[in-house]
Design a protein around this ligand. Structure first.
Ligand code: PLP
Length: 397
């Protein structure tokens, strides 16, 4: 074999550099067990509201089975534009500044591909959504974690962020309300981060998939802050607020030049988002508000149940003000987060995710998704209470 052919058959180096999933072993274990209450997967337990499903069925009946424009159905882009104007007072042009994508997953990918050159650095809060690091690596970038702390409610700290900026920094990537912590950012913190982005000439990729799931606080849309629209790529989605994870639908909003750069990737890797899902999303935008409010009210009820149960059983939990996750500390059990999650699953058949799967700063916590029925949550909390009491008699009540 010649030197020139020794690389054949090798997997690409940057794919090799992606760490293997910290939770795959755990999910393999879970799949082999019966009677498990899963608080693991981050998706609504609700079925997509019926009128939204019917809109997709109707579109298929009507023969709407073709590709749409690469940008997505024009009526849907207009509906998204009106929606953002109404909620956040920000204007995105439906013709030139919005792309409908196959989930925020695709949106995140095309945003990173559009702005990163090899070695560019992307700053992102730790703990954070599991796809951020791999997607940055796939796009050729370097992932710079900015630790956050339970004492600050896991909010990104502007000074911690600014300290990590280098000449190679290109973008700040975050998602608020946050997965896995449920943190939201106050307007003042968002303004401080916006100021840093402007002073250092950074892009902001803002994953706002949980924007509608807030409890007693307002979501601050970063691109609506002064001077931020031109440097922000806003990612919005349907999966969480409308219970539409399986439909694979979301969108990007950004000024025209950035939108055109993302389109260069989107048109070749995706062509267009699934057509029936776009009709469903149009219905969701036009008539789904009541459903969103109903589901948010129910998540809030469950949130209160879970947070007070966790604190009472001796697992301190900062109050999550958004998304549908609680992120308690489990140190009082004498176990690290991985052992805690594994033993809780084996002994009590409750699945939660070890916090270290979301970054180093998540160690010592577990993520509990409360998008699960109230009944099952009550049972899960009973089982956890028994588990904690057994393992730490001094703190459990
Ligand atoms: N962003 C965050 C923060 C998420 O938690 C998720 C799913 O859990 C996604 C994006 C993926 O969204 P989508 O279903 O639109 O691809």
């Amino acid at each position: 074999m010649t030197d020139g052919s020794t690389h054949r058959g090798n997997i690409s180096q940057h794919v090799q550099s992606i760490p293997s999933s910290g939770i795959r072993r755990f999910f393999d274990l879970l799949a082999s067990m019966d009677g498990v209450i899963s608080l693991g997967v981050g998706q609504p337990d609700f079925v997509t509201p019926n009128h939204i499903r019917q809109a997709a069925i109707q579109s298929i009946e009507d023969g709407e089975t073709y590709y749409t424009s690469n940008y997505g159905l024009v009526e849907l882009r207009h509906a998204i534009s009106r929606h953002l104007q109404r909620l956040y007072g920000i204007h995105y042009d439906a013709g030139t500044e919005i792309i409908v994508t196959a989930g925020v997953s695709e949106a995140l990918n095309i945003a990173l591909e559009a702005i990163l050159d090899p070695g560019d650095e992307v700053l992102s809060p730790d703990p954070g959504y599991v796809a951020y690091l791999p997607c940055v690596l796939i796009a050729g970038g370097r992932f710079i974690q900015v630790p956050t702390r339970a004492e600050d409610g896991f909010a990104l700290h502007p000074e911690e962020l600014e300290r990590r900026i280098t000449p190679r920094s290109k973008a700040i990537l975050f998602g608020y309300p946050a997965n896995p912590t449920g943190a939201v950012l106050s307007r003042d913190t968002m303004l401080a981060i916006a100021d840093i982005a402007q002073r250092h000439g950074l892009f902001v990729i803002s994953d706002e998939i949980y924007d509608r799931l807030v409890y007693g606080v307002d979501h601050v849309c970063v691109s609506s802050l002064p001077g931020m629209k031109e440097r922000t790529i806003l990612l919005g989605g349907f999966s969480k607020a409308y219970a539409m994870t399986g439909w694979r639908l979301a969108y990007t909003c950004a000024r025209n030049e950035l939108t055109e750069a993302m389109m260069k990737v989107h048109q070749y890797v995706m062509m267009s988002a699934p057509t029936p899902a776009q009709f469903a999303a149009l219905q969701a935008m036009n008539s789904g508000e009541e459903d969103v409010r109903g589901m948010v009210a129910e998540y809030d009820r469950r949130r209160q149940l879970v947070v007070s149960a966790l604190n009472a059983m001796g697992l301190p939990c900062v109050e999550p003000r958004g998304a549908f996750y609680a992120f308690p500390q489990v140190g009082a059990s004498g176990m690290n987060d991985e052992t805690f999650a594994e033993r809780l699953l084996m002994e009590e058949r409750v699945a939660v995710i070890p916090g270290s799967a979301f970054g180093e700063a998540g160690a010592g916590h577990v993520r509990i998704c409360y998008a699960q029925s109230y009944d099952l949550l009550e049972q899960a909390m009973d089982r956890m209470r028994a588990f904690v009491a057994r393992h730490n008699k001094s703190t459990a009540k």
